[in-house]
Ligand binder design. Structure first.
Ligand SMILES: [Zn+2]
Length: 272
């Protein structure tokens, strides 16, 4: 009798344990779902464009961590060592030699923006003569200029011009000084992918308002920050974003710099 009771007691305890485990499992699944919902249609970015302009180039977030917030995006690397483009969960570093390298999860970024790309709109386009025509075409596809958009364009380009930036040494010069010596690359009749964002004017100071696009060749060997392009034929995909998540660096350089200045003129000089 006693034995049986003990047996029962154990069963009771084991049952309670299983019930608690089940509750924890369900809670875990629910919070995982909540996390997925939170990241959907979210622009996640680390640091701010004005901090980058001021020379805050020390990487603070690993690419392993960044990948938890998106599979598609653009950015740069620790010490400003090149341009980043990512899509389909794969991230690439285009260094100052113009060559694209696969990004390791342990590498860090001082500034990047990503999202889990789910296009809300997809169109096929024929030839577009230049970057300006592309911007005008994209603008016509958008329901409003007041939300962020992630953009992916895959196709054949008759011409592409990109740039990258060389890794910097401390004390870091401001970005306007770095881009004075930026290496520029040209491609003729090339297949590849453009990835980037169109952000609202009200995001200035945080990121680049308007279009900011990067390019990678189809063979994933070259690319950079897009300066000019002529499209022959392409598929354009646009993801309408409704949330912004900003991760600020917990770092002395970021805490020390003066971020009260208006720097839109500098943004235009470094991006174009
Ligand atoms: Zn760029």
């Amino acid at each position: 009798m006693r034995k049986a009771r003990n047996g029962l007691a154990i069963k009771g305890r084991a049952g309670a344990f299983l019930r608690i485990a089940a509750v924890l499992l369900v809670a875990g699944l629910l919070s995982a779902c909540a996390e997925v919902k939170e990241t959907k249609d979210t622009l996640f970015q680390t640091s701010t464009i004005n901090a980058l302009l001021e020379g805050v180039y020390d990487g603070t977030l690993t690419y392993g961590e960044l990948k938890k917030h998106g599979d598609t995006g653009i950015g740069t690397f620790d010490a400003l060592d090149g341009e980043m483009i990512g899509f389909n969960g794969m991230f690439y570093e285009i260094k100052a030699d113009g060559v694209a390298y696969a990004v390791d999860d342990s590498m860090k970024t001082p500034f990047a923006a990503v999202t889990f790309f789910e296009p809300d709109k997809s169109t096929a386009i024929g030839s577009l003569p230049d970057y300006k025509a592309l911007e005008e075409y994209l603008d016509r596809q958008l329901p409003t200029k007041n939300i962020p958009y992630a953009i992916r364009i895959e196709g054949t380009f008759s011409y592409v011009k990109t740039r990258s930036v060389p890794a910097q040494k401390k004390p870091y010069p401001p970005l306007v000084e770095v881009v004075k010596n930026q290496p520029v690359f040209e491609f003729h009749t090339v297949r590849g992918t453009i990835v980037g964002f169109r952000l609202p004017e009200y995001m200035k100071g945080l990121n680049v308002p308007g279009y900011h696009l990067h390019f990678l060749t189809e063979d994933k060997k070259a690319g950079g920050h897009l300066l000019e392009c002529s499209i022959r034929k392409a598929r354009v995909e646009i993801d309408f974003l409704t949330k912004i998540s900003l991760a600020l660096p917990e770092q002395a350089e970021f805490y020390k710099i003066d971020l009260s200045k208006e720097k839109q003129g500098e943004v235009e000089r470094v991006e174009k």
